[in-house]
Write a protein that binds this ligand. Structure first.
Ligand code: GLA
Ligand code: ZN
Length: 679
């Protein structure tokens, strides 16, 4: 008997469906004409849809005038979904406020970074500290909860949509000052933390502090980073205002909002505790390496300590918002769907069901195109996937990825590394964390991407690229982890600043100096196109490095590799320190990909990490484990067939085929393997 944790235990199976905005059709065709809804139901059943995301942009339809609600159409829609066995992911509809609301409260519109008030329109176009916005959003959420809280179609709440507005208005400035007072206690503490005496910027009154407008004060790292943090918190506060009401009225219904890829301005790690399940929208550009997609999936999984998550949106075919928007090739959507599932998704959903007749997204792909036909390639591929997923039932639901490695990812480090002006404009936090992840991904090593504030003890290996902003308590936890037998790998430009953005004193890498057994005396960002070399000690191995080199002194560590040229030739480039029962490694430069792979792979193997399968390059293997079963997802990211050696006979749940010795995968093919003793 397997037990699936809440909220996945509410799921009828892998959630499969799409954003469904039928009111946008009836609004232009007349409310009487809901024939199209019937056709949608017929086709949703045909496609195996079990969940529809409804109401995301419906505020103006639900509340056409202040306080005048109109729920009749949503009543009919939810009843119809229920009658057709489809559950609702019901949005609170607050992602785009109606025109009357902006008109009634002009200061609800945000002031942009150039100091100009935005005009009404678009979406996510509100000031997140506006009490009028929050009050109206909360009232709508409450009205929806009262009306539909016990509707049998209601599966999960979807608050707003892809948060992220920022604002620089006077009200935000005032709220920022209050936020700072709570954080720093006194103006003296703030002046010290932000190093305001530099250039004589000392504040003598709280009222002098202003948001970091493009036309204003951006010379203080502490101010810029704190404002990013504050805006993330204010967006979260908007979410929480709605969440509090939903929780009071419908305590048993899970709540989430959908993340929009990786938004630099929202610290998802601080949001995750307030979501019952993480949900995100994945729109990889054509040709993006699958490791990069896997990285983002692994961030979403790490946010709630490995809990399965929802793929709430992906396009079945193409988007319309890049400069070029090619189609997904046959099989690509299926492959990407299973890749999400392999990394922990318990829902495979799309944007959107029926293509809009006009407006901003009229050319965005949808399951049903303007042709309205189910004979299209896209519909057929979606329906085939729906049938496959429904054949899996609840078997894989709630299963976890038994990752033995973690990668530390932190929004504050991201903000701090990329604060302008900086030592090197080529160093990118996303690029470096992605590269480290990809190096392990290439070797089928599953990695949970987690915040440096999460527990580390269950992992055999912790990789922390560019761990630039490091608090004393994070450093203490890392030191304890290594002392107790863990393996740490960190890289150049780590342990540089503390929580407030001020440099750690007493030698870099600050509070990790003892753990790593090194001291970094100087850092040397190279010019674009410049290289150095790294020579592995005691072997012929060598490779190029670029962008960043450091002058490292050993203080207990030993050099595994040294630099090949320049005035620090022969000095350490990669170091190893035995510390307590564990080991701590430092990579003092940006290694070329094959050498990074070799280095991380060798250290992972030494830490006792094994891959579920050895596969050809571009074929991914990753395990999901339920209480009863072990599923090996094997994903062929090539358009051509591939062969994978199997250590034991296994059965593919998707095709039913038993493979012995080797597994044949079609181009873009997928298998979910179980041992043949399993049912
Ligand atoms: C986002 C939004 C959707 C839609 C899609 C288009 O993810 O949440 O409403 O705009 O993008 O790709
Ligand atoms: Zn504002």
């Amino acid at each position: 008997m397997t037990t699936t944790a809440w909220p996945m235990s509410r799921f009828p199976g892998i959630l499969f469906g799409a954003d469904y905005n039928p009111e946008q059709w009836t609004a232009i065709m007349g409310y009487a004409d809901e024939a199209i809804w019937q056709e949608d139901m017929r086709l949703m059943r045909k496609a195996g849809v079990n969940t529809a995301t409804v109401g995301v942009f419906s505020w103006a339809e639900l509340e056409p005038a202040d306080g005048q609600f109109r729920f009749d159409w949503l009543d009919r829609l939810l009843d119809l979904l229920h009658a057709n066995g489809i559950r609702a992911c019901l949005a609170t509809a607050t992602a785009a406020q109606p025109a009357w609301l902006s008109q009634a409260y002009p200061d609800l519109l945000p002031i942009n970074a150039h100091g100009l008030r935005q005009r009404h329109g678009n979406r996510m176009n509100f000031c997140p500290t506006s009490p009028d916005f929050r009050r109206h959003a909360a009232r709508l959420a409450g009205a929806l909860a009262e009306r539909y809280g016990s509707h049998p179609a209601l599966l999960i709440w979807h608050i707003s949509n892809e948060y992220g507005p920022s604002c620089y208005c006077d009200r935000c400035a005032a709220a920022f000052r209050a936020w700072l007072q709570e954080r720093y206690g006194s103006l003296a503490a703030l002046n010290a933390a932000w190093v305001t005496p530099f250039w004589g910027h000392t504040f003598s009154d709280w009222s002098q502090i202003e948001p970091p407008l493009q036309i204003g004060e951006r010379s203080m790292q502490g101010l810029v980073i704190d404002y990013a943090h504050f805006m993330s918190d204010m967006n979260l506060a908007c979410y929480q205002v709605e969440a509090a009401i939903l929780r009071r009225i419908t305590p048993d219904i899970p709540i989430m909002t959908n993340f929009h890829g990786l938004v630099k301005g929202l610290d998802y790690a601080t949001w995750a505790p307030h979501l019952d399940i993480v949900a995100w929208d994945s729109y990889p550009p054509k040709g993006e390496p699958p490791a990069h997609v896997a990285f983002r999936h692994s961030i979403m999984r790490g946010l709630k300590g490995g809990q399965p998550w929802m793929l709430l949106e992906q396009t079945p075919s193409q988007v319309q918002w890049r400069s070029h928007n090619p189609l997904k090739r046959p099989g690509e959507m299926r492959l990407q769907s299973y890749q999400a599932m392999a990394h922990g998704a318990d829902s495979i959903m799309f944007f959107q069901w029926r293509q809009s007749r006009g407006a901003s997204e009229m050319h965005h792909g949808a399951i049903l195109s303007h042709a309205g036909s189910d004979r299209t390639r896209v519909f057929q591929e979606v329906a085939a996937l729906g049938a496959e997923l429904s054949s899996l039932g609840t078997r894989t639901l709630g299963s976890r990825i038994p990752a033995e490695a973690a990668l530390l990812f932190s929004w504050p480090s991201w903000w701090a590394v990329e604060y302008e002006p900086r030592l090197s404009n080529t160093i990118s936090y996303m690029a470096e964390t992605t590269r480290a992840f990809a190096a392990l991904w290439e070797q089928n090593i599953a990695v949970d991407v987690i915040s440096p504030d999460m527990p580390l003890d269950t992992y055999k290996l912790v990789v922390a690229p560019l761990l630039h902003m490091l608090t004393d308590s994070q450093a203490a936890a890392i030191e304890r982890y290594v002392e107790q037998g863990g393996t740490l790998i960190t890289t150049f430009f780590s342990g540089i600043v503390g929580r407030d953005g001020r440099a750690h004193l007493g030698g870099s890498p600050g509070p990790l100096r003892r753990t790593l057994g090194i001291w970094v005396e100087e850092v040397d960002p190279l010019l674009p196109g410049e290289h150095n070399h790294v020579l592995w000690k005691g072997s012929d191995l060598s490779g190029a490095c670029d962008q960043w080199c450091e002058v490292v002194h050993l203080e207990g560590a030993q050099a595994l590799a040294t630099f090949g040229s320049d005035f620090y030739a022969g000095q350490p480039a990669i170091t190893e320190h035995r510390f307590g029962n564990g080991r701590a490694y430092y990579i003092a430069t940006r290694l070329e990909a094959p050498l990074l792979e070799y280095t991380l792979g060798t250290i992972a193997a030494r830490a006792g990490i094994t891959a579920p399968l050895t596969t050809p390059a571009g074929v991914e293997a990753i395990v999901r484990q339920s209480t009863a079963e072990r599923f090996i997802f094997v994903l062929n990211h090539h358009a051509e067939p591939q062969t994978v050696a199997l250590p034991a006979p296994m059965r593919d749940l998707l095709s039913g085929t038993i493979s012995r010795g080797e597994l044949q995968l079609a181009g873009r093919g997928v298998a979910i393997l179980v041992g043949i003793d399993d049912k």
